[in-house]
Design a protein around this ligand. Structure first.
Ligand SMILES: [Zn+2]
Length: 243
């Protein structure tokens, strides 16, 4: 078991959808931001499936989710870029074209630590999470070597560490005691997802109870990881250093 990376100067979290970064590693990013790390977000899809309402205006939803992602990054204290690849939600593919885009962002932002979905997590249903995980890993490999994409206008870059969240095998923990509320605050910035993802019906009689239940669920996840690491609260990852 490994605990607490040195705070990186720059980190890049790559996810399928707006809100995945906050669920997967929000408290860790809040901790690093508070210590001076430049935290960047890269969201692969446009979030256009993120509503249960068939009458939703999809282009407005896409814009709303980008605004929410920027607000969530701010709630974490992140000072880096919030970038979007714009792939259609639900149809993300770990294609060569998108791998190139991910590699370009890694080269441009020069993160020491890259964070992303674990694509090998068993029985994971959502295809975007698998594909975003593969794009993250394949993008790291493509970014680090001169011979990949020599036509890209940016120098190659090799990150030091890859942390996979929602991991099949957890072997690294980040102590996030003191950053639980920052994670919750960032998650609540994804207001369009309150109903479909967080099961909170705004203005319903049960809203307060639903908010408490959601909070309890997220706090419990961090407490379970914390117990494994001998801490109050933690986030757990698969850590890969040999990049
Ligand atoms: Zn997602």
């Amino acid at each position: 078991m490994q605990l607490n990376l040195p705070v990186p100067a720059r980190a890049l979290a790559i996810a399928a959808h707006a809100d995945d970064v906050e669920f997967g590693c929000g408290a860790t990013l809040a901790k690093w931001s508070a210590a001076g790390c430049v935290v960047n977000h890269l969201v692969c899809t446009d979030g256009s499936k993120g509503s249960w309402d068939p009458a939703t205006d999809v282009s407005a939803l896409v814009a709303t989710r980008q605004d929410e992602q920027r607000a969530a990054a701010k709630a974490l204290g992140a000072t880096g870029e919030v970038a979007f690849l714009g792939a259609v939600d639900g149809e993300l593919e770990s294609s060569l074209d998108l791998r190139r885009e991910v590699a370009r962002w890694i080269r441009r932002l020069r993160p020491e630590v890259v964070l992303g979905h674990d694509p090998w997590r068993r029985y994971r249903l959502h295809p975007d999470h698998r594909h975003a995980g593969f794009l993250t890993i394949d993008g790291v490999v493509a970014a680090r070597d001169h011979h990949f994409y020599p036509d890209l206008d940016v120098e190659h870059w090799r990150p030091t560490t890859l942390l996979l969240f929602e991991a099949e095998v957890v072997d690294h923990f980040e102590d996030v005691s003191g950053f639980v509320d920052a994670k919750l605050a960032a998650l609540h910035e994804h207001a369009s997802q309150l109903r479909s993802t967080m099961h909170i019906e705004v203005d319903s009689p049960d809203e307060e109870q639903q908010r408490r239940r959601f909070r309890r669920h997220e706090v419990d996840r961090m407490a379970v990881f914390g117990r494994q690491a001998g801490l109050s609260f933690a986030e757990g990852f698969k850590r890969i250093d040999d990049l």
